[in-house]
Design a protein around this ligand. Sequence first.
Ligand code: SAM
Ligand code: SF4
Length: 468
Amino acid sequence: MSDASVAQTGDFIQDGVIAQVLDRGAAASPTEIREILAKALELKGLSLSDVAALSKLRDPELCHALFEAARAVKERIYGTRMVLFAPLYISNLCNNECLYCAFRASNRELERRALSRDDITREVEELVDQGHKRVLMVAGERYPQEGFRYVLDAIDAIYAVKRPKGEIRRVNVNVAPLSVDEFRELKAARIGTFQLFQETYHRGVYAEVHRGGPKRNYDFRVTAMDRAMAAGIDDVGIGPLLGLADWRFEILALLQHIHHLEERFGVGPHTISIPRIEPACGSDMATRPPNEVSDDDFRKIVAILRLAVPYTGLILSTRESAAMRHELIGLGISQVSAGSRTNPGGYTEREDEQAAQFHLGDHRSLEEVVVDLMSMGHIPSFCTGCYRMGRTGKDFMDLARPGDIRRHCDPNGLSTFLEYLIDFASPETRQMGERLIQDKIERMAPIPRAVSQKLVERVRSGQRDAYV
Ligand code: SAM
Ligand code: SF4
């Protein structure tokens, strides 16, 4: 695709259409709601008006039916696997003025820092030694002297770390929107997913909360995924920052964004993130978001998205408390971060709220999160197989839709989890995990059981990074 054909404006977000469907959605009858839920159970996704109707639900019985449907879809597509990753903040320098973020340029309360290559190496060594295989690299929008090269060098530094018991196998990236040429360089650096949140799709609110810097340009941000995809990055991650505009508007606009990417590139986003605004040093808005999302509404958002885009990964970060994460996992979350720090240097130096982007709701270590997931019957997965086998973008979705992806994900989840148990876990955790792996294998159908058994045996006999 030529650069000229890449969208230049966010006209695909149509406020008028969203207002209309929300109005109509409020009038949906219980019978219509049950029909929408029945359709969702066929795993075909939902239309804009279906989502609008579900977003207006209040009746406790129908809400219960919504949650049950989401649980069923989650179970059918993702089984009990849960992918784990750690964010890696490399810099908190920033030129923007996002009112909700501690990194914003005028915040004098923050200690500024951009990690050097050596600092990054140390951070990654620590993460690898904890057992991590995936990181999400994050930075503010101001790079040291070398400019965008700083980002590319940081990715290189992460992949260059080799420890006796492993390495980072997938680097996802969350940095400011780029030009098509820069995205090409990012792709050449072998990134996994390029992730960028629109924050709010509402132009008025967007202008109010982004007071300065290049991020004020709504159109440049909302078209970033067009440029990423045009540059050949076909796994992209999007999301709203919940708490800015009305959440119903945000999820409908998110759906319009997804439809736009599907129409243009034949595939939507690989993942959706649903960060809720958390308190952040020096930000009044982060303490009192203009449209705070309640826990009840947050549950609904997860369930509705699970039904609307069943094959798109849903990511939850450590912004949420352990109790909330517990609940939301059952409703549709497929990836969680664990053991996170949001200040540059936070893994090897100290967790420092004066340098962090926002305050964490969940302070548990990776192993504590692993144990919690196991106690829910989940398999913590460190798999990075798809992206390294080229199963990305449309190829991934073509495998996911008929349910074929589980042929890969289930065995790979088990083998990478066993790797973690053998190499990093305490004896008690390992014992608990081995029992769980055994139990999962016994419950599998004959073919995946045979594949899983073989893969697990390879790991047991000393092979690492075994996947199908
Ligand atoms: N600077 C780049 C940008 O803004 O796109 C990328 C990194 S930024 C640190 C990553 C994301 O953190 C932002 O897109 C925003 O959604 C989220 N964020 C900022 N402040 C937050 C807060 N107080 N609570 C939760 N998430 C926040
Ligand atoms: Fe900078 Fe991103 Fe924070 Fe905005 S959200 S102040 S761009 S780091």
